[in-house]
Design a protein around this ligand. Structure first.
Ligand code: UN1
Length: 504
């Protein structure tokens, strides 16, 4: 079945899937069964050098293609992803275990960001400022930046590359992509589509791919002075390393790292909205999104009721754990055995700290890397230190509060600052959550009556504190992929100095 899928996507004959004898390689596995899908050859330093040189060479000509024409190329890429949406979604499911709807959702996110980038290709707007000197004009313009290094994680093996690559392409940059070694097939398939469209339109080399170990390829990429921007998604630990190395060469970083996202439920909340949003946020993608809901901060007056309703909903979900490609499945596997161990470790810690397991709590009794979506209620006083840690698994910690200020302090009291949400119909509280003086949520994403995950591509995506500060996808995130140039044009026929300086 999987071979047929690789064939339909045209990657079965890719040389990477046929390593030469003695060549280092990884075996990519189906996390739902633990069975191997394919063996993928790893790039070494020499292969990295070839790919990086190709991206540098392609940048020299791609930058000169007018932006709206670059947009036409990205439009064709979006169209190609429309054609292959079902197969690519299936490959995402096969390789990282997302349920079919979420696998296809990822490809939809590629199509969406391509559309966004096409529109952007006719904008990329600079500003005009009034000059203090007569008959002078100050104009800011945005110029292509250079080849961009993109490091992506297993959990969004396709969409996050596209957020970067589609914007970079319309900005006149080329892209060198280093995907997670847990999802190389998705990367090979997606990159092949983009690279083929580009080559067919006369622009080979815009989309490069390197698949390799961190020590061999990752470190080289991050330290590579030819890449003015490194955009990296993954753990806080990885991001700190990338940040240090890129800072050393005074390069630019765009970091999208961990999250420990919370939902606040106030006494005025409409629980008909809140409960399903919490369940999707905590259980969707088996808790392996950066935006997954990991903490529920509920007013003490309704804590028992909310816990009861959630436990009820989880009961239904537990019956829908299984093959991610089967109809009706809601919860697929974790990515690998290590992730299951981390889940078990967190549950053991939570219990040792006095947490009460209200739902789930165990690995699911079936082959593959499945666990039960789990709810842990903190003991009185919210003393549950494990809740401050991000475990990439479907564990929801329930904490309670008395005053709204307390709820905010709990929400903001973790190292990460990616996504946050409040469910409330109390205007004073929802506005305080978004307060213009910054005293509300300290996260990059703050939603009212909508959950923490499932952001649309139109807004800027990213977060504060240890989440890394980067912004990707919508709004003005494109600016990260360009360099700003402030220009002054003097059409007065006289030389006049700024600040009224006379130099005669
Ligand atoms: C991630 O987990 O790295 O908002 C990205 C969301 C998705 C993207 C998540 N659109 O949940």
């Amino acid at each position: 079945m999987s071979h047929d899928l690789l064939k339909r996507l045209g990657i079965d004959t890719d040389p990477r899937l046929h390593p030469k004898a003695g060549q280092p390689s990884v075996v990519t596995e189906n996390p739902a069964t633990g069975e191997p899908i394919a063996t993928v050859a790893l790039d070494d330093a020499a292969a990295y050098e070839r790919q990086a040189a190709a991206c540098v060479a392609a940048f020299a000509s791609w930058r000169s293609v007018p932006a709206p024409v670059r947009g036409q190329l990205v439009r064709s890429i979006g169209d190609a992803f429309r054609v292959h949406k079902a197969e690519l979604g299936e490959l995402v499911s096969l390789e990282v275990g997302k349920i079919r709807a979420e696998g296809e959702g990822e490809i939809q996110e590629i199509i969406d960001i391509a559309d966004f980038a096409v529109g952007l290709s006719r904008q990329l707007p600079g500003q005009v400022f009034p000059s203090e000197r007569a008959r002078h004009r100050i104009i800011e313009q945005w110029l292509p930046l250079g080849p961009v290094g993109v490091i992506s994680a297993f959990n969004f093996p396709a969409a996050v590359w596209a957020w970067n690559a589609m914007l970079a392409a319309v900005c006149g940059d080329t892209v060198l992509w280093k995907p997670s070694l847990l999802a190389p097939l998705t990367a090979i398939a997606c990159n092949r589509i983009a690279a083929k469209v580009a080559a067919d339109m006369g622009h080979p080399g815009i989309f490069g791919l390197v698949i390799g170990a961190d020590a061999e390829v990752g470190e080289r990429m991050v330290a590579d002075r030819r890449l003015p921007l490194i955009s990296a998604t993954g753990s806080c630990r990885m991001g700190k390393r990338v940040g240090r190395v890129v800072a050393e060469r005074l390069g630019r970083c765009l970091l999208e790292l961990g999250g420990n996202n919370a939902v606040i439920v106030t006494p005025d909340a409409d629980l008909k909205l809140a409960i399903p949003a919490i369940v999707f946020g905590a259980v969707g993608t088996a808790g392996q999104r950066c935006t997954t809901t990991r903490r529920l901060i509920v007013h003490e007056s309704l804590a028992d009721d909310v816990c009861r309703r959630l436990a009820e909903a989880y009961k239904q979900v537990q019956g829908r754990i299984g093959d991610p490609l089967a109809a009706g499945t809601l919860v697929g596997p974790l990515i690998n055995a290590r992730a299951v161990e981390q889940f078990e470790h967190a549950i053991a810690q939570a219990k040792a700290q006095g947490g009460a397991v209200l739902a789930g709590g165990r690995r699911a009794p079936r082959p593959g890397h499945f666990v039960e979506p789990t709810i842990v209620r903190a003991p009185a006083g919210n003393r549950l230190p494990i809740a401050a840690e991000e475990t990439f698994a479907p564990i929801l910690y329930v904490l309670t509060y008395r005053t709204f200020g307390e709820a905010l302090a709990i929400q903001n009291g973790v190292e990460q600052g990616l996504s946050s949400a409040i469910f409330s119909n109390n205007l004073l509280e929802t506005e305080a959550f978004l307060a213009a003086d910054g005293s509300g949520s300290d996260c990059g994403i703050a939603n009212v009556n909508a959950g923490t995950s499932g952001a649309e591509i139109g807004g800027a995506f990213g977060g504060e504190k240890e989440t890394g500060g980067g912004r990707e996808s919508g709004s003005d995130s494109w600016k990260a992929y360009m360099r700003r140039q402030t220009t002054v044009v003097n059409y007065s026929g006289k030389l006049e100095l700024a600040q009224g300086i006379r130099f005669e």
